[in-house]
Design a protein around this ligand. Structure first.
Ligand code: ACO
Length: 260
């Protein structure tokens, strides 16, 4: 991996890769895993450097919260110790700066693997968007989700708006964002924001069970199927049927013995 473990630790991340499963832990529990640009750049580096064999990526948070969102000290004159000064919106390249932060989130949709967020306690703002960027969410029953950005005079800009609308629909997404209200685990499950809600003490076990189930299917078929499913919403039935045919042919051809 291009970034050393020491680099990742410095930006508040832990990474463990065991065979086909990568586990990323946000590890600033004393700050409820508040996030900084360095952490988002670290996430992007992890995504770019994961070994090809990885089939499941678990994203979790250490301590009582998944993540309390952006480190609010970023908005203070002092900033966050050790973090570079961020460009002002008045400066050219501000959008490029945000694009660099978004890279920490975008890769979680990659067809190579299934990403699973294990969420306990608060997932606020940038933390909620991180959970939304994962393919699947397993929530502890104490989970509390909140898209707080509009309450702080911001828009959610870390790639969370599309999955939110895709999952809960436009009216509910407007209601959740523009009230910045907190959604508990039971409501999150009703809205489709959680595939599973479990007692907090069972979160790790439930995630491990899910990971084992995801690994039980054929690796190539799983990757091709995720790719297919990801295209479905943007396709007509005819386009999707064509995509299914093409995917099946490519998959089966890839498994033919050399020489046909
Ligand atoms: N940024 C920086 N420090 C934070 C943040 C944050 N987002 N969240 C918590 N902390 C710090 C607290 O200041 C506190 O530090 P201290 O021990 O030095 O006083 C420590 O983490 C623990 O926080 P508590 O508030 O004591 O923990 P509690 O479990 O009671 O509450 C909660 C957790 C609900 C997450 C609360 O800390 C909170 O509301 N944080 C701010 C959330 C927020 O507004 N995030 C921004 C969202 S918008 C976006 O992400 C773009």
């Amino acid at each position: 991996m291009s970034s050393s473990l020491a680099d990742l630790t410095a930006c508040g991340l832990d990474l463990a890769v065991e065979d086909t499963v990568a586990t990323i832990t946000l590890s600033r529990p004393e700050r409820r895993n508040a996030m900084t640009p360095a952490m988002w750049h670290g996430l992007a580096q992890v995504g770019a450097a994961l070994p090809e064999r990885v089939r499941v990526v678990v994203v979790r948070g250490a301590g009582p919260s998944f993540s309390a969102g952006i480190d609010l000290r970023m908005f203070s004159a002092e900033g966050v110790p050790g973090e570079q000064r961020q460009p002002s919106a008045a400066e050219p390249g501000f959008e490029d700066f945000i694009a660099g932060l978004q890279a920490g989130y975008l890769w979680l949709r990659d067809d190579r693997f299934v990403s699973v967020a294990a969420v306990q306690g608060h997932a606020i703002g940038a933390g909620f968007q991180l959970a939304l960027s994962c393919d699947l969410r397993v929530l502890a029953d104490d989970a509390r989700l909140c898209m707080k950005e509009p309450a702080l005079g911001l828009v959610p800009d870390l790639t969370g708006t599309k999955p939110l609308v895709d999952i809960v629909g436009l009216p509910r997404a407007i209601e959740l964002c523009l009230t910045a209200r907190t959604v508990g685990a039971a409501e999150a499950a009703e809205l489709g924001l959680a595939e599973l809600v479990v007692p907090a003490a069972e979160l790790d076990h439930a995630v491990a069970d899910l990971v084992a189930a995801l690994l039980s299917t054929d690796a190539a078929a799983a990757r091709a199927t995720k790719r297919l499913l990801s295209q479905a919403a943007g396709n007509t039935v005819a386009q999707q049927a064509a995509a299914e045919r093409a995917a099946q042919a490519a998959l089966l051809r890839s498994k033919l013995p050399a020489g046909g």
